[in-house]
Each structure stands twice: as C-alpha cells, then as structure tokens.
Design a binder for this molecule. Structure first.
Ligand code: SF4
Length: 438
C-alpha cells in the first residue's frame, strides 16, 4: 500500500524539492505509518534520510537544509512484506548501472517512484493495482529563490512536476492534476523537459476496489470519481439493500462517515456522530500486531453517551476484517446505553486475503472466511448485520466490474499468487541457502 511522492523543481531554491515531497507525503500519511523517508538529488549526488515512525517524528524542518537538490522522492511505509525495521524503511538505496532497472520482468502489484542523479521515475504495474498520478507544480513553487531578479520563470525548462499516490497530495502542494499514470506505464521526469511516457506492458486495469471503499482519502479522485461521493453512494446502496427501522444513523469515525451520510439520506433517518475519535492515535487496521490493534480501539474511540443512550442505532463502517474491532465498538456502544446496535458495512464480506498490498493477513484470520453471517453477527454482538453486495458497490461506482480487483471479496485474483505467499511475509529476510545462492 504505502504512500509515494516525487517532485522535480527546476529553478527553485535548493531545498524546494525536498520540502514539496515532504509536504506531499504528509497528505499520504494514512497510507503508511511505520516509517518515512526522503531522498534528494542535486544532479550529481544523492542524499537519503529515513527512519521508523510517523512522518512528523521522522522529518521536520531541521532536516531540510541538508536535503538539497531539484529532484526528490518520499515514502511512508505500510508493511505487507518484511519486518518493521530501519533496513526496510524506504526509500532504499542501491548503487548500480542504469540498465539494472528491468521493469517488464517484474510481476505483481507495484507502484514505484525511483530517483537517480538526473531523473524521477514513476512506474505502475500492468494492472495498476495501486494508484499513481502526475501533477504540474504551480508557478509559485518555482519562483521562490528563482532567478536573481526574482521574475517568474514560466518557460518549459523551469516547469516543475510531481508524482503522487493520490490526488489529495497534489492539492496540498498546490499542484494541478494532469492525469493518472497508466497501468503498464513508466513516466520520466527530468528538469528542463516535459514528462516522458514509456509503455512497457499492455494495460490490463484492475485498480484495487478497496482503495475506493476504504483506503484512499475521501478528498482524492480515482477513475474520475471523488471518493467521498463514491462512499456516500455506497451508503445509499446499503440503505436500499439493508433497511431497518432505527432512531439514528451514525458512522464509525472517521472512515465510515461518508457511507453513513449516504445511508441516512437514503433512509430518511437522522445522522448523528455517536463516537468521538482521537485523531492522534494510529489507524486500527494499519497497525502491525493483533495486540496493538485490540488495545487501539479503546484508545481511539469513545462513545458520546448523550447521543447513543436509549437509542436504536444503525452503525455504519467500511469493512470487517477480523471482527475484533467491530465487536469492541458494539460493546462500547452498549456500555454507553445503546438500546439496539445494527451494524451496516459499506463493503462485501472479505473472504480472501490480499496479496497486492493490504495486510489482511491469512484466510483463517478473516472472520467472513471462517464464520457464516449469523455467526459473525453473534460474535460482534450486534442486533443485526448487513454487508453491501458487489453489485451495490458497482452501482455506487457506476463503472464496470472488469476495471477493478475484487479478489478479497470474490477470490478472482487478477495476478497469479504463489501457493505459499500468505505464509511468507518475511521471505526476503530468510537466510539464503547455499542452493538458492547457486
Ligand atoms: S485483493 Fe482486495 S485489497 Fe487486495 S488489491 Fe484486490 S481488492 Fe484490493
């Protein structure tokens, strides 16, 4: 999953590229919270700084003066392969000849930004499982510290460009969205030249539908759709598929909010916020251990008794993965006096693990793959439970099924998965045997 950002800022002051890349990365913090890093090039030398932790603890203004150059990339990590250790923080550095990049032979789900001395390169796998967009930086980013007379440089040679996992980060750095990097495309950004496009494989688009349901920011756009609006429409569909009489509709904050708003509108029931979320704790889903995940719920969510006590609640969330978080939320709401708790999920049940960048872990940990729906309802302690159907998701997207990966919902994996992939999270850290080396 992770967040990536790249920037080329010819003509700007020497720390501008690193500053823009860091600012863009802040807008992508939700994509990975385990580590963060920035690499820059001044055309001759590369400089890399990375560490474990949230972006704000790793990168601040003290680091900027030493990150000088007109090219920069930045990364925040969400691990699906490998431990949360400094060595696995990114960007990673390799010294080698240019020809060592052999992208067409790589299989699987990958969205990359690569920096060498002279270029920032963006790559999307042929399915485009993960998003990547191209943006044009505003004139203001180029005029700061520009030519000695301070005039605006507006010729092509001084044009700044950037690459980002999501359009929301373009908004934050003031860049204009130009287009998606296409699946199977390489985009090369070099100072003084317009972006170059290289098609290395035929596109077979299978964007992860979970990006639209849950993972990406609601103020981002994908497939020409604003994600808040997509999620609101998923809530409308959910109300059509799983109507029930209740006193109010509330979201599991924050990610359930757009779907809850859509549910409330379609059902005609009032919308209230029945829980307060502590925004200074990490996302439940993203934390790497089950123990932390469980404790995280009570750290982050607190019911508003005035809103929920004595009420029949429709509680809208965007997914149930292992079920433990939802169970805890239902418990908290009942403790706060809720009379009935009806759980509505704006996604289908997750039956299958993801091998393309989301750590849904192994099949036996997915509650929908081990329990039938009535058992899930009983496990989470809800009065009723309803999931949005795949057909409902597609109605909200208003796009064909074929454009997306739905594998964790229907098992239709677009890219072959090694039979033992689920048990090999640490494969790259295993000692290499003499036979393998040979
Ligand atoms: S398996 Fe699920 S989470 Fe993974 S890429 Fe496909 S839709 Fe997304």
């Amino acid at each position: 999953m992770c967040g990536v950002f790249g920037a080329v800022t010819p003509g700007a002051e020497p720390t501008e590229a690193a500053a823009i890349a860091t600012l863009g990365l802040f807008a992508l913090q939700h994509r990975g919270q385990e580590s963060a890093g920035v690499a820059v090039s001044d055309g001759e030398q590369l400089m890399l700084y990375k560490d474990l932790g949230m972006i704000s603890t790793v990168l601040d203004e003290r680091h900027l003066p030493s990150l000088r150059g007109t090219l920069a990339i930045a990364h925040c990590r969400y691990s699906t392969t490998g431990s949360t250790i400094w060595e696995n923080a990114q960007p990673t550095y390799r010294q080698g000849p240019r020809r060592s990049i052999a992208i067409p032979r790589v299989r699987g789900a990958f969205t990359l930004v690569i920096l060498d001395q002279k270029r920032v390169i963006g790559v999307r796998d042929p399915h485009g499982f993960r998003p990547l967009v191209l943006g044009r930086l505003p004139a203001s980013a180029r005029v700061v510290g520009g030519p000695n007379d301070g005039t605006l440089w507006d010729d092509e040679a001084q044009q700044g460009w950037c690459l980002s996992s999501e359009t929301a980060a373009l908004d934050i750095v003031g860049a204009e969205f130009i287009r998606d990097v296409e699946p199977g495309e390489i985009v090369v950004l070099e100072p003084g030249r317009p972006p170059r496009s290289i098609r290395y494989a035929e596109a077979n688009p299978k964007l992860c539908v979970f990006e639209l349901i849950y993972f990406a920011r609601p103020d981002s756009y994908m497939e020409g759709r604003n994600l808040y609006e997509v999620r609101r429409r998923m809530g409308e569909q959910l109300a059509i598929e799983h109507a029930i009489d209740a006193d109010l509709v509330m979201p599991v904050p924050d990610t359930g909010a757009p779907a809850a708003a859509g549910y409330a509108e379609a059902s005609g029931l009032p919308y209230r916020e029945g829980m307060y979320r502590n925004r200074y704790a990490g996302r439940t889903f993203i934390q790497p251990s089950a123990g932390l995940r469980h404790r995280g719920v009570t750290i982050k969510l607190n019911p508003l008794r005035e809103v929920v006590a004595g009420k029949r609640l429709i509680v809208v969330d965007d997914s149930i993965v292992r079920g433990t978080t939802t169970k805890k939320i239902v418990e908290l709401l009942r403790k706060a006096g809720a009379r009935e708790v009806h759980v509505r999920i704006s996604a289908p049940p997750i039956y299958h693990p993801c091998f393309y960048g989301i750590d849904t872990s192994i099949e036996t940990e997915l509650i929908a793959s081990t329990k039938a729906e009535p058992e899930i309802r009983e496990f989470i302690g809800a009065d009723s439970l309803g999931y949005l159907s795949i057909r409902g998701v597609l109605a909200a997207l208003d796009l064909p099924y074929e454009r997306f990966c739905f594998a964790c919902f229907d098992g239709n994996y677009p890219e072959p998965v090694p039979y033992d992939a689920a048990s090999r999270k640490f494969i790259l850290e295993e000692p290499v045997s003499a036979a393998d080396r040979a």
